[in-house]
Write a protein that binds this ligand. Structure first.
Ligand code: ATP
Ligand code: MG
Length: 343
């Protein structure tokens, strides 16, 4: 329902060919950089080769020639016929291809390069510090990887600079969040936000407004189809992240309410198939009403969603809330490193 149908997902993958060359180049560069993260430091020759290549990408202008030749060199992709991807069962073909190829940075990068060369979005099989090639049917693997590309890597496509407005609440990696009086607008800054994340966030509103969670999300959401901007009512209060950053832990009332909300989410989300990003920054404590409101119900890819949602409340609370700041400090990049070129 509020997940992307296969045909839509495949359409986004094929849209890759229509991106400007500079966008495709940055996406491939990000893929190289992230596969580099999988190479173990103790493996000296390999790790030196990857390190030098990635260093070279970051100190030179990111041209298509440079990035493609780097991918070719690292993946040893000079010889051999490329994998073939049929248009009709693209997700299955992608899933089957990543499962057939050995689980190594070189080999998986080779596959990404093949996709890129064929005008199809490359997929990344190393994220969240691990290989993500689950032993499930190829179609399901292809789906998850495609979702990670269109929700994640597509942030590097058709990207605008962040706004620098006084009314800006935040500028995340996908959208500018701007408050105007009692309304908040979420303005997309790249292809992923515009075509995938914000439309799905609005679909999530429509689904959750029908559940018991209707008063735990901002009221009066609407979606402007031409600008792809999402609006909802402003919720007065501090978000969980700012509370933690200012050195406070949730008070007993806040902890109890969070536990209540967590169990309501556990009960209502699965039937709506919505993996949400449940980090503390996405909850605002509405002091007047004495409860948390989930202000960001944008979707996240299934891959990595277990990072953000643990079924056992006390494990979730410890991992996602109490340990948030130390974990962030120990490991600033957990999911995917998007910092390439002019990002
Ligand atoms: N309706 C609202 N009322 C009050 N504050 C809000 C509201 N919407 C957003 N915010 C504030 O703005 C911040 C960013 O909004 P939101 O989480 O929707 O953006 P985002 O780009 O998805 O952020 P991220 O990717 O970091 O989760 C929130 O963490 C919250 O502090
Ligand atoms: Mg958020």
């Amino acid at each position: 329902m509020t997940t992307l149908p296969d045909e839509v997902l495949q359409g986004h993958l094929r849209h890759y060919a229509d991106f400007a060359e500079a966008d495709r180049t940055r996406i491939l560069a990000a893929i190289i950089k992230n596969y580099g993260r999988s190479v173990d430091h103790s493996d000296l020759d390999r790790s030196t080769q990857w390190h030098t290549a990635i260093q070279n990408l970051s100190t030179n202008p990111l041209t298509a020639e440079l990035v493609e030749s780097t991918a070719r060199l690292l993946s040893n992709r000079a010889a051999g016929p490329p994998s073939k991807f049929r248009a009709r069962s693209l997700l299955t073909d992608i899933g089957a291809a990543v499962q057939q190829v050995p689980v190594s940075a070189e080999q998986q990068l080779g596959l990404a390069l093949d996709l890129h060369k064929q005008g199809l979005a490359p997929v990344l099989t190393y994220a969240f510090n691990r290989w993500i090639i689950p032993a499930v049917e190829p179609q399901a693997v292809g789906r998850r990887l495609a979702e990670l590309t269109v929700m994640g890597l597509y942030r590097l496509a058709e990207a605008d600079a962040a706004a620098t407005d006084a009314t800006l609440l935040t500028s995340g990696s996908a959208a500018d969040v701007i408050r105007t009086g009692s309304r908040v607008g979420k303005h997309p800054r790249n292809y992923a936000a515009r075509e995938v994340l914000l439309p799905l966030e609005f679909a999530n509103y429509q689904a959750l407004a029908q559940t018991r969670l209707h008063d735990r999300i901002p009221a009066n959401a609407d979606f402007e189809p031409t600008t792809k901007t999402l609006h909802h009512d402003y919720v007065p209060g501090s978000d969980g992240e700012s509370i933690l950053r200012s050195g406070f832990l949730p008070n007993p009332r806040q902890r109890t309410d969070l536990e209540y909300l967590h169990s309501a989410l556990l009960r209502d989300l699965p039937e709506h198939r919505l993996p949400l990003d449940l980090h503390p920054g996405n909850f605002v404590w509405n002091a007047a009403e004495d409860r948390w409101v989930l202000v960001d119900i944008g979707p996240i890819p299934v891959i990595g969603s277990e990072e953000y949602f643990v079924e056992d409340f006390s494990a979730y609370y410890t991992h996602t809330w109490l340990n948030r700041l130390t974990r962030e400090h120990a490991e600033p990049i957990r999911s995917i490193d998007y910092s390439v070129g002019r990002m």
